[in-house]
Write a protein that binds this ligand. Structure first.
Ligand code: ATP
Ligand code: MG
Ligand code: FE
Length: 336
């Protein structure tokens, strides 16, 4: 199916057009720089930026895709989770298009979008797989069946900070640029990842994660030794995160007899995570799937990809009074 996807859950305005699992065209705008001086995303600023960027992104994605409204089968939009005012901006645009062009509307769960992003690069998921979602607001190990049809089973989630949040907070502690993930990983390139033995939380305790203790350990280290090497701290911190994530993800696959691990979300763009995951999956005989970095962070294509799967599965469309659910739990791909 030809599906137009709209993503506005945080600070990225994403519009993408997908046809039968393939990318046709996309556009992305970010208000990231406008939030930098506040050290985090300001919802009102994000919502206003979405409003300004949506139409240009829509026109540019459709131009690149070379599709006319008549050729589109459905509109998909992130309806949760995310910032309420930001979600509402994308929802209003999606509803207007669905109504004006007379197309079915699908409300999509943002995290199902992160998972579906991988199908645009590597094709349909196998019948069963395990997904590790590592993003700015979430860290979860999931048991997946058919993404469009089956319930999503949580094997474990973070009990406090998300992995991306830990990168962002540690970046602040180290005086690195916002957003923190890319800055920490860049600093880590010149560092010794064995310099400081940071704690590996909750190893051997199932599939839950905890990253707030690690962040505090970094804070204490910086306080104790103010002139220690930023690259060494960054590399050692990154190694602690990557070690726990990959150990638990591989263990979950082996315990559940599943041979495919999919790692998605913004932190999946991290080069060291991709490297260690590849080593450990190869050693365990597992197939590893990670989207290209540009599809790991928020974008409109991943939402269109879920819409495409829902249309193909014959899933009923949402009503035009679909509302945003800022804290929607991830139980299925639709969010309505
Ligand atoms: P969520 O998807 O949970 O709602 P979000 O949409 O804000 O949150 P994403 O766009 O998936 O999050 O990812 C952004 C997060 O990814 C940020 O925390 C950012 O620091 C982190 N990130 C991005 N690139 C990297 C990288 N190279 N290394 C580590 N972390 C990264
Ligand atoms: Mg973002
Ligand atoms: Fe996201």
């Amino acid at each position: 199916a030809v599906v137009l996807g709209i993503e506005t859950s945080c600070d990225e305005t994403g519009v993408g057009v997908v046809a039968d699992g393939r990318v046709l065209g996309a556009a992305l705008a970010s208000s990231m720089d406008e939030h930098a001086r506040f050290g985090g995303v300001v919802p009102e600023i994000a919502a206003r930026a979405h409003l300004e960027s949506l139409t240009p992104c829509l026109l540019s994605a459709m131009e690149q895709a070379q599709v006319k409204p008549g050729e589109i089968d459905a509109i998909a939009v992130t309806s949760g989770p995310g910032l309420a005012t930001a979600l509402q901006t994308g929802l209003a645009a999606a509803k207007a298009l669905a109504f004006g062009w007379d197309k079915p509307l699908y409300g999509v769960h943002h995290l199902a979008g992160h998972v579906a992003a991988d199908t645009l690069e590597h094709g349909p998921l196998p019948a069963r797989s395990i997904a590790l979602i590592v993003s700015g607001g979430h860290t979860s190990l999931l048991l997946l069946g058919d993404l469009a049809r089956d319930p999503i089973v949580h094997l474990g989630d973070t009990v406090d900070d998300a992995a991306g949040e830990a990168f962002d907070k540690v970046a602040r502690l180290l005086g690195l640029a916002y957003p923190g993930g890319p800055a920490v990983s860049r600093a880590a390139l010149d560092g010794d990842r064995a310099a400081i033995a940071f704690p590996r939380a909750m190893l051997g305790q199932g599939y839950r994660f905890s990253f707030s203790g690690l962040k505090s350990a970094v804070a204490r280290q910086v306080e104790r030794e103010p002139d220690l090497s930023v690259p060494d701290v960054a590399a050692s911190f990154q190694e602690a995160v990557v070690d726990v994530l990959t150990r638990k993800a591989v263990a979950a696959c082996l315990e559940h007899g599943i041979d495919t691990l999919v790692i998605v979300g913004g932190v999946a763009a991290n080069a060291r995570l991709r490297e260690v995951a590849a080593e450990r999956c190869a050693a365990a005989g597992l197939a590893l799937r990670v989207p290209p970095p540009a599809l790991c962070t928020d974008n409109g294509l991943m939402i269109a990809a879920v819409g495409d799967l829902l249309v193909e599965a014959g899933h009923p469309a949402a009503a035009l009074d679909l509302s945003a659910d800022p804290s929607a739990p991830l139980t299925k791909a639709v969010c309505a």
